[in-house]
Design a protein around this ligand. Structure first.
Ligand SMILES: NC(=O)C1=CN([C@@H]2O[C@H](COP(=O)(O)OP(=O)(O)OC[C@H]3O[C@@H](n4cnc5c(N)ncnc54)[C@H](O)[C@@H]3O)[C@@H](O)[C@H]2O)C=CC1
Ligand SMILES: O=C([O-])CC(=O)C(=O)O
Length: 269
């Protein structure tokens, strides 16, 4: 008997709307049943052509589904996460940076039977990082280069009075650990948070963020020095039209992650 999971999505932006459309088009074993949006009229317009109408509900009500995907601003992460975890659901966060200061949610999930599944998102190679982290790892670093406009609005820039729009040459904006990077750039370094969780934790994972006038893509390079292997991997993400901070691959990665929840053949660990 094929297994079917119902899915709910918080947020219908660059990630959520693409994912909702893909699920509505039909993915074996997954059925979109509910979505949540800030702008209800816009959401209704976006959903108008769907083959099957998901319910438009409040954030906490998303927990009616087996799988709750968070694709909303980090500010509402907790509301979505707590409802899903308390209901014992599978919680799939996009705003992974918001999970780092809330690791108590993992303990709650253990108690309620919920699972928290962090997708690879805009990054690559977390399978290899996880494998390496089963053994000894000396260092994990990530270098993120974004067109300056992709960094606009980050709290770190306001705090340090950095105007990225006036930058004319590639400039190192931040160097520190993944925990501090996630606080300072909540809409930009979810990839660093996911890397930290896959590998050696947010304190030991080193992050560099560059405002780079020479790149048109959100570019992430991971370097891992481990007893088993040395990894160097780069992904160059095409920014999405809706939100230049978010690479187009992100909803695709989450879709691939969701498929893996029910598929008979699953590739990659
Ligand atoms: N894990 C990863 O690799 C990546 C994670 N992200 C993160 O994923 C999250 C979503 O990213 P995008 O889709 O690009 O953002 P977006 O800004 O395009 O979409 C977010 C949507 O959430 C909606 N929203 C806002 N408040 C809401 C509320 N109270 N209830 C319901 N909906 C609400 C907005 O109206 C918007 O449509 C962000 O936190 C972003 O930083 C983005 C890229 C990669
Ligand atoms: O590269 C991207 O598409 C988005 C990104 O950096 C992130 O959210 O961490």
């Amino acid at each position: 008997m094929a297994r079917e999971l119902t899915v709910a999505i918080a947020g219908l932006g660059a990630i959520g709307l693409h994912l909702a459309r893909a699920l509505d088009a039909g993915v074996e074993g997954l059925r979109l049943v509910a979505v949540s949006a800030r702008d209800q009229d816009k959401a209704r317009a976006n959903l108008a052509g769907f083959r099957s109408q998901p319910a438009l509900v409040g954030l906490a009500e998303l927990a009616q589904a087996d799988v709750v995907v968070e694709a909303a601003p980090a500010a509402v992460f907790e509301e979505v996460a707590v409802a899903a975890i308390e209901a014992g659901r599978i919680f799939v966060p996009s705003s992974v940076g918001a999970l780092l200061p809330r690791m108590h949610l993992v303990e709650r999930a253990r108690a309620t039977g919920a699972r928290i599944i962090v997708p690879t998102g805009a990054l690559l190679g977390l399978d290899a990082v996880r494998a390496a982290a089963e053994g000894e790892v000396a260092s994990v670093t990530i270098e993120t280069r974004k067109p300056p406009r992709g960094l606009v609005g980050a709290p770190y820039l306001d705090q340090h009075k950095i105007d990225v729009t006036s930058i004319t040459t590639p400039t190192l904006i931040f160097k520190g650990n993944a925990f501090d990077a996630a606080q300072g750039f909540p809409a930009n370094v979810n990839v660093a948070a996911a890397l930290a969780l896959a590998g050696i934790g947010p304190e030991r994972t080193t992050v560099q963020i560059w405002a780079d006038t020479t790149v048109t893509r959100n570019t992430h390079t991971i370097r891992v020095e481990a007893a088993s292997a040395r990894l160097t991997m780069t992904i160059e993400n095409v920014p999405s039209e809706e939100n230049p901070r978010t690479g187009k691959i992100t909803p695709l990665s989450i879709l691939a992650c969701l498929r893996g929840l029910t598929s008979t053949l699953k590739v990659g660990s």
